[in-house]
Structure formats: structure tokens, C-alpha cells
Design a protein around this ligand. Structure first.
Ligand SMILES: *Cc1c(COP(=O)(O)O)cnc(C)c1O
Length: 355
């Protein structure tokens, strides 16, 4: 086995997907599962398909291309670049959009490919990432979109929490629903989908407060980490540890807790601060910032404390650990969304799929 290693517990992940799918099916809401946090790894995405998910979403075309043969609908989450319009039409059935110039390029590319590309038009409801901000601009965009024969206005959508931290509620999602009604009435059209956000919207569904008419949510974090992003709360009945990190101890020694000599700046330009706890037993594990930030790693053994980190080393205080450790042993960590993302992106981290 080689380390650092990302352990993927297939049964736990599958349980999370199936449980959420049940909740969504019961409420009549479409579940789009988001795969970007694990770079749509092809040993992981089939677990979603087996669990009955029909649409997978990702922010990168390269990741959607990997899902070509999964037999699911592919949704591009990040607004397309005009320069990738051809690839978008090839690898995504649906994309989220907010720019007419881009939609024109997609219409052109779809026409050339002999396809109809579906789009979800994004409305900014206050979080200030993507989406058309003003109602008039939104309706103007709809007016133009419905003229393209190679583009279908499949839905309207919103993203919340990711940038501005704005929590989804009856007000902002209600506003999105009003927008849909206005567009439908003004242009005498049907807009099938109202996509009400990401994992942070899940708590509304759980509490039975999701406004009637929101019929799709796009969940990444809630599925992979069993957490609901708006408050960072655990979702009851889901596993939070479907993914863990395992790193190998390369040094284990007793040392003072304060460095010897004049203290300047560390490797990243910070002034480190130390607390004198006397001589402590310290372990260095072979994983570093290039893989995951220490602030995003939680030792599973609660007696272990993270002391610090550089590019390729993470230094642990293992003084309180009861079972003796040795060089060559491994230490495991629970992960956050941020560390899972960087670990999956690091070429130095191997994955092991565990039953
Ligand atoms: C990443 C992303 C999601 C999923 O977000 P989670 O918080 O992981 O559920 C949904 N929609 C869009 C547009 C995204 O970029």
C-alpha cells in the first residue's frame, strides 16, 4: 500500500446517496448529485449510478467527459466559457447559464452538432456569485433564449451560500419561484425545472419548508460528507466518514514544544506562535499543504493534536495517544469539503476503494 491514501468507503457513500434519493423521491424533487469534490473519479461515479441517480453535475468539462458512458444526464454547473462551447454541447446535456453571449455560442455549437442543448438560466437572489441580478434583464434574456431552436430553456436556478454565505429561505427561493411565474406568463411558456440551490438548501427540504415548486436541488457536500453546508450540521442518518485520509509516520521523537533560536517567519510567511508544554512526543506524517491544509484535517484518534504543517509534512503531538505508535504506522483523519477537494486534486494521493 502507498500513502498518503484517500480511503473511499463504498457502502457508506452508497448509503448516503440512497437515503437522500429516498427523501427526494418522496418529496417529488429531482436530486442532482455533484461530483466535482472528487474530480468525478471513475471508480466513484458508478456508485451514484448504481444507487439510482439520474443526473450528475460537475463544474468542469474534463470531469463530465469522464462520465460519457455512465448512461446518466450530465449537467455543467459552472457557467460555460465561450471558448469551450463545442465541448459543452458534446459533454453536457444541460448547463447553467447567465450570459446571452455564451448562450448564443452554445446555440451555434448545438446547431452544428445537430443537438438541442438544455439550459438552466441562473438568477442571482443575493449571494452575488453567478446569475442575472435584475428582473428586467432576466426577462429580456428569456425572450431571446426561447427564440433559439437548438436551445431549450429547461429551467431557472439559483446558487446560494457558496460566495456570500446567504442562507436559502422562503424569501429568496420564493423570489425565484415568482420569477418563474412571471416568465411563464409573459411569454406563455412552460419552464419545467426550478433548481433551488446546493447542499445548503437541504435543510429546508428536511424541515418541510422548501417552497412548493422548487423541484430540483444540486447536492455535493451533503452526499459525500453527510453535512449540510449552511450551518455545517451533520445530517442525521448519513455517514460523515465515507472518505478518510491515511498518512504514514516518517518520524517519531520526543522534542521540546518551543523551537530553539530566534523565531522569524515560517515557510509561508506567518509568524508561528508556540505554547510551552515541555517535552512532547511528536510524529511527522508524510502529507502536507500540497495535499490538504491542516485546518481541514481532523485526526480520528482524539488524543492526537495537529501542531503544524509545511508543504509536505504535517507535525502531530501524539503524547496522549494510549496505543503505542511506531515509525511506519499510519494516522487517519476525518475530512472537510476543502480537504477532500484538494486531496482528490493532488497527484500524490492514491485512492483505495473499500467495500
Ligand atoms: C458546487 C456546486 C453545487 C454543489 O454544492 P454543495 O455545496 O457541495 O452541495 C451546486 N451547484 C453549483 C452551481 C455548484 O457550483
Amino acid at each position: 500500500m502507498s500513502y498518503p491514501k484517500l480511503n473511499v468507503y463504498k457502502k457508506k457513500l452508497s448509503h448516503n446517496i440512497k437515503r437522500l434519493k429516498e427523501i427526494f423521491d418522496e418529496a417529488g424533487i429531482q436530486l442532482v448529485c455533484v461530483t466535482k469534490v472528487f474530480c468525478a473519479d471513475s471508480s466513484i461515479t458508478p456508485i451514484y449510478v448504481e444507487a439510482g441517480v439520474e443526473t450528475l453535475g460537475d463544474s468542469r468539462i474534463e470531469n463530465l467527459a469522464k462520465m460519457k458512458n455512465l448512461g446518466i444526464k450530465r449537467l455543467l454547473l459552472r457557467l460555460p466559457m465561450i471558448s469551450e462551447a463545442k465541448e459543452v454541447v458534446e459533454h453536457a446535456d444541460i448547463s447553467l447559464n447567465s450570459e446571452l453571449k455564451t448562450i448564443r455560442a452554445l446555440a451555434e455549437a448545438a446547431k452544428e452538432a445537430g443537438k438541442v442543448h438544455q439550459i438552466i438560466l441562473m438568477k442571482d437572489m443575493g449571494d452575488l456569485r453567478e446569475g442575472i441580478f435584475n428582473e428586467e434583464d432576466f426577462l429580456e434574456a428569456v425572450a431571446e433564449i426561447i427564440k433559439f431552436s437548438s436551445i431549450q430553456l429547461f429551467g431557472i436556478g439559483v446558487n446560494l451560500t457558496c460566495y456570500g454565505g446567504v442562507i436559502p429561505d422562503e424569501q429568496n427561493l420564493g423570489g425565484l419561484l415568482d420569477m418563474k411565474k412571471k416568465a411563464e406568463q409573459k411569454f406563455n411558456i412552460q419552464i419545467p425545472i426550478v433548481s433551488g440551490g446546493n447542499s445548503s438548501s437541504f435543510y429546508l427540504l428536511r424541515d418541510g419548508r422548501l417552497p412548493q415548486g422548487i423541484n430540483q436541488l444540486r447536492l455535493g457536500e451533503a452526499v459525500v460528507l453527510g453535512r449540510e453546508a449552511a450551518y455545517g450540521e451533520k445530517i442525521e442518518g448519513l455517514y460523515q466518514d465515507a472518505f478518510t485520509l491515511e498518512a504514514e509516520i516518517i518520524e517519531l521523537k520526543e522534542k521540546p514544544s518551543i523551537p530553539i533560536g530566534q523565531i522569524g517567519m515560517d515557510a509561508f510567511g506567518n509568524h508561528p506562535v508556540f505554547e510551552d508544554k515541555g517535552i512532547r512526543k511528536r510524529a511527522i506524517v508524510a502529507v502536507g499543504r500540497q495535499d490538504a491544509f491542516a485546518s481541514e484535517m481532523v485526526p480520528i484518534c482524539s488524543e492526537i493534536k495537529i501542531l503544524g504543517q509545511s508543504s509536505d509534512h504535517t507535525i502531530l503531538d501524539v503524547t496522549e495517544v494510549i496505543t503505542p505508535l511506531a515509525v511506519g504506522d499510519t494516522v487517519s483523519f476525518h475530512l472537510t469539503y476543502g480537504s477532500l477537494l484538494t486531496l482528490c486534486t493532488s497527484q500524490y494521493v492514491k485512492k483505495e476503494m473499500i467495500e
